[in-house]
Each structure stands twice: as C-alpha cells, then as structure tokens.
Design a protein around this ligand. Sequence first.
Ligand SMILES: NC(=O)c1ccc[n+]([C@@H]2O[C@H](COP(=O)([O-])OP(=O)(O)OC[C@H]3O[C@@H](n4cnc5c(N)ncnc54)[C@H](O)[C@@H]3O)[C@@H](O)[C@H]2O)c1
Length: 284
Amino acid sequence: MTFQKVGILGSGIMGSGIAEVAASAGAAVLVRSRSQNTADAMLLGLEKSLAKQVEREKKTKEQADEIRERVSATTALADLADCDFVLESVVEDLGIKKALFNELDRVVQPGAILATNTSTLPVVEMAMETSRPEQVCGVHFFNPATAMSLVEIVRPLTASDETISKVSAFATACGKDAVEVKDRAGFVVNALLFPYLNNAVRLLEQGVATKEGIDIAMKGGCGFPMGPFALLDLVGLDTSLAILEALHDEFSDPHYAPVPLLKRMVAAGQLGRKSGQGFYDYRR
Ligand SMILES: NC(=O)c1ccc[n+]([C@@H]2O[C@H](COP(=O)([O-])OP(=O)(O)OC[C@H]3O[C@@H](n4cnc5c(N)ncnc54)[C@H](O)[C@@H]3O)[C@@H](O)[C@H]2O)c1
C-alpha cells in the first residue's frame, strides 16, 4: 500500500465506499464527517457491509475484523494532520471544495497528497487554493466504490509526475484499474455517460415510454446492467444535476443542459436512493 494513513472527507455514498476499499487494501483510514451522527452511520454501514461479505464467504471473520479496526472517524479536520494522502468526497460544489482545499492545505502535513473525488469540477481550481498545487490531483472512484473496477486519475496542469504515479499506485493497490485523464469536465466516463442519462429523462418527459419501459429497453437492447433511471437514482439526482451543470458550463453543448424534470425533482428533494425517492420509490 502506497499510503500508510488515508484521510477521507465526507461520509456520504462515495466517502463511505472509498473508506472500505482503502481499508481493505491495508491502509489505516480516518474519515472526517461533519457530525457524530453521520460518522456513526458510516461505521455502522461499514460493519453491515463486512458482515454481508463474511456471510457470503467472500471474507473470513478475521479479515473483516481487521478491516473494521483500520477505519476510524472524526468530526475534526485537524485530526487529518498526519495523513500522507487525503481524498475529499463531499458534495459536488466547487465553492465548498475550494474552501476545503484551502483549509486542508493549512492542516495536513507538508508533502502529503491532497486529492478530489469530483465527478466533473476543475481540479486545477482546487489545486490553486493550496500552497502545493503539484501535489493535488483527482482520484475519481465509481459508484459503488467497492464493486466498480475503474478509477480515473485526473491530472491537472499543475500536478507533478510523482503525484500522478503515487495515486495510480494507490488505485492499483486498491484493486482498481487506473486510467489517466485530462482535467476537463466529465473526464472520460461522465462526459460520455451524462448526455445519455439526460436524454433518457428527456424521452420520459416527452412521453416516448415509461421509466420502466426505458430501463428495460436499455438493459435488453444495449446489454447495460441497469437502465438510466435506476442509475440516476443510484448516483443521486442532486449529484447528477451538478455534473450536468458543470458539463454545460464548460462546453455550452445543449446535450448537457439539464432537462427541466431533473431540476424539478431535485427541487422537490427527490434525490434517488439516498432520500428514499427518485424515479423509483425505495421507502418500502
Ligand atoms: N454518487 C456517485 O455516483 C458518485 C460517483 C463518483 C464520484 N462522486 C463524487 O463524490 C462526491 C460525493 O458524492 P456522494 O455521492 O458521496 O454524495 P452524498 O450526497 O452521498 O455525500 C455528500 C457528502 O458531503 C458532505 N457535505 C455536504 N455539504 C458539505 C459541506 N459544506 N462541507 C463539508 N461536507 C459537506 C455531506 O455531509 C456528505 O457526507 C461528489 O464530488 C460527487 O461528484 C459521486
């Protein structure tokens, strides 16, 4: 394992999954959550996930216990000071991420690499908030982080070769396939995926088919493991909207302009699995 102590900011869908992945690869992991409640929820989720893997005989009880012991949580950013790698995975909002990088730079020991799990936002802008832009890059995991094999390594203009090579080695140690990409909105996967997801919402709005029908069509017709509405609910509709807005800001391509239905659902708090309701209902 390239890094001995990994700090993760944010204990949402992605932060929790990445914590499990890094701990399973042998790193000590410290997750910073904004509240004790969300920190406790992350640790409970980790225990449940590990218990499931023991039940399915994918891990022994001893392995699961070791992984659990490697993960701890804090609400204090200052506790990340001795990490040698910190990955932020908070809400997809450039202002919030830039402020966090500024703060992280002052708190985390010199020499440590600071990275973002952003899906689309300009990594260079976060790097320039710090006094160590050569040690800042993107490390973009996919959802669910425990299952998806890809990590996009995002190289901003400012990153050093050493930084890129260390984070690529980290992704490989986590059992992932690392692909280096340029710092431009959407990188590879989301630049290709999101026009498709947005157009699926457009088809639904136009009444071309039902959401169930469109999901069945794309699974059966294209061999996709899940349809666009199941995927949007998994990603989170707020995150999906933020991704489309960032893509549209960068390229002004009408295919990236978020479809009104998506905006209205986010305004209504229908965020997908994480809120219990999105295109589908998860409350039962
Ligand atoms: N959901 C996905 O499929 C996916 C996939 C890859 C990357 N990402 C990226 O990962 C990051 C996190 O997304 P997620 O899906 O885990 O979202 P989420 O909504 O599940 O979690 C967001 C986290 O951000 C925290 N947060 C919110 N406002 C904050 C603030 N002002 N300061 C500090 N923390 C704050 C929340 O407490 C929560 O822990 C985003 O940058 C997103 O683009 C998401």
